[in-house]
Structure formats: C-alpha cells, structure tokens
Design a protein around this ligand. Structure first.
Ligand code: R5P
Length: 298
C-alpha cells in the first residue's frame, strides 16, 4: 500500500488531520481560487506522481463546487496519481432519483455519472438512499457507504436520560430504527407530507405514554429545518418536553438552525460530516475505516 496523499477541499480541513494520522498518510495542499470573472483556478502544491490521492470534499451546496471537483480529479490524473478516491462525508444529489414529472432531469444519476468518469472510488456516510436499495444501482465505481448509527446511539446513551426516539417520516425509519436498536431504546415514526420546498405537514399518533421521556428526533438531513420544526411543534403541543434534534448531515439552509432553536428545541446535535456549531458526533474514525478498504487495493 502506498502512503496516501489527502487533499481537503471546500472547508473539510477540520477532518484532514485526524484522517491523515489515522491512515498514516500525508496531507497535501491544493490552491483553489477564482479569477475576477468567476472562473476557477486550481494548482496542486504537492507532487502527485505515483501517489494514491484522496480528495476530501465537503459537498453541501454542491453546485459551486462540482466544476472545481472535476478539474481537481482530472488534474490529479494528468499529474501522475495512481488512483484518485473521493471522500464525501455528505453525498448530495440523492433526492431526484426518478422522473416524478415529465421533462425532469434525474440528477442523482447524472451526478453519479459525473463522479464515476474520473474517480476510482467513493466513500460516504449515510447517503439519502430511499427508492434505490444501494449506491451501486447508480454509481459504477466502487463505493463504500458508512453508517453513523453506532456513534449516534453511543452519544444518546451517554448524554440523554430516558430517551424515546422519533423518526419524522417513513424515510427516516431506516436511521431511527437502527439507532434505537443499538441504543436499546424505543422509537416511533411519524407521517410526513411535503407540500413544497419549505413546507411540510406532519401527523402524529397519540403519544401521551411517552410524556415522561426525553424525545429525540433522528433524521438523516436537516436542510430547511422544516421537517424538524414541525415535529418539534407537535411533540411540544402534545405535552412532551423540549426535544433533542439529531441530524446526521446538518446543512442548515439560511436561518434554519436558529428557526429550529426558536421552535422550542432543547438541543440540536449533528455529526461532523458538514462543519457546523452543532457538530458533536465525530465521524473521522468511521471515515478512516472506509477509506482503508480502498487503499489496500492500490
Ligand atoms: C427527506 O426525507 C430527508 O430525510 C429529510 O427529512 C429532509 O431532507 C429534511 O429537509 P428539511 O430540513 O428541508 O425539512
């Protein structure tokens, strides 16, 4: 196995040192900037010849980053890297995996094709897999999907007394049920209807029996925060105490975080797949495990 050379991009520097030390690798430097007219300039400041290169990319708000990522992987190949892997702790473009209305682009597939053109492998954490069973249905390169459930369950066991877990919608069942099983606590799942990008409707069963518990809402993504906000409103109106909201990936569009706090949330907790003040659950060892499986093939 060659010593991997890891380049953090798009604000993922905070994960670089723990990964490099866990992998026994080296940290490289890539300069990325824009010309005054908005075009991108990239320059590797570390030699890549015959190296196993890892691009570590924080891919929330991805559109501005995708072009630079494609330039970076192509340049790495031209400069002699023997392999180039992508570590994207949060994998975007997972929602549109089907044509729901005529004429729509199936962006999950297009994004996957774009990454597969140049990367040798992909490591990610809890992608929003819903209608497909596995990333391999859309990604033609080897992919490793890591799961944060064990880390979230540990945090709940250490930090929350008498927890009951709540999944805000059917899609969250896969995450909330796994965490509940590992934490050995009860859970229930609500029903959500999405009315628009910023509007959701949540229906809730009779939950009086949980009134002495600490409600912990678990979902994969907090984006506009509306799913969590609606759920918090319902739980608080039903007489439960201020819920803890756990998101694996905290995107927090605009004022989402403050809106969620103002809605009556006790605490917001996220994994550090996207850097944010709510990061409490560290995924760096988990990522290192996933990366190692690809490096041993180099
Ligand atoms: C979709 O079902 C996801 O699991 C999340 O529930 C969704 O992305 C949350 O979005 P928002 O924060 O905008 O309600």
């Amino acid at each position: 196995m060659t010593i991997p050379l890891l380049f953090p991009m798009f604000g993922s520097e905070y994960l670089a040192d723990p990964l490099v030390s866990s992998l026994g690798g080296e940290r490289g430097h890539i300069e990325v900037r824009r010309f005054p007219d908005g075009e991108s300039y990239l320059r590797y400041r570390s030699p890549l010849k015959d190296r196993s290169v890892i691009l570590l990319a924080q891919l929330d708000h991805p559109d501005a980053k995708i072009v630079q990522l494609v330039f970076a992987v192509e340049a790495a190949r031209e400069l002699g890297a023997v392999s180039v892997g992508l570590v994207a702790p949060y994998l975007p473009y997972m929602r549109q995996d089907r044509r729901f209305h005529s004429g729509e682009a199936i962006t999950s597939h297009s994004f996957a094709s774009l990454l597969a053109m140049d990367f040798d492998w992909l490591v990610t954490i809890d992608p929003h897999i819903h209608r497909i069973q596995s990333l391999s249905e859309i990604y033609t390169i080897p992919t490793t999907v890591l799961h944060s459930a064990r880390l979230i369950a540990q945090w709940i066991n250490q930090s929350v007394e008498n927890a009951v877990l709540i999944g805000p919608d059917e899609e969250s069942r896969q995450w909330v049920s796994a965490v509940a099983k590992m934490a050995n606590v009860d859970f229930f799942v609500l029903t959500k209807k999405r009315l628009g990008d910023h509007e959701v409707e949540i229906s809730i069963p009779d939950i009086k029996r949980w009134s002495s518990h600490t409600p912990v809402i678990v979902d994969d993504i907090i984006s506009t925060g509306q799913t969590m906000i609606e759920t918090v409103h319902h739980l608080v109106s039903a007489g439960l105490c201020a819920p803890i909201c756990i998101g694996i990936h905290g995107i927090f569009v605009d004022e989402a975080y403050h809106d969620l706090i103002n809605a009556g949330t006790g605490r917001v907790v996220t994994c550090n797949t996207i850097r944010h003040e709510t990061n409490v659950i560290d995924v760096s060892d988990l990522l290192a495990e996933g990366i190692r499986t690809h490096l041993s093939e180099d």
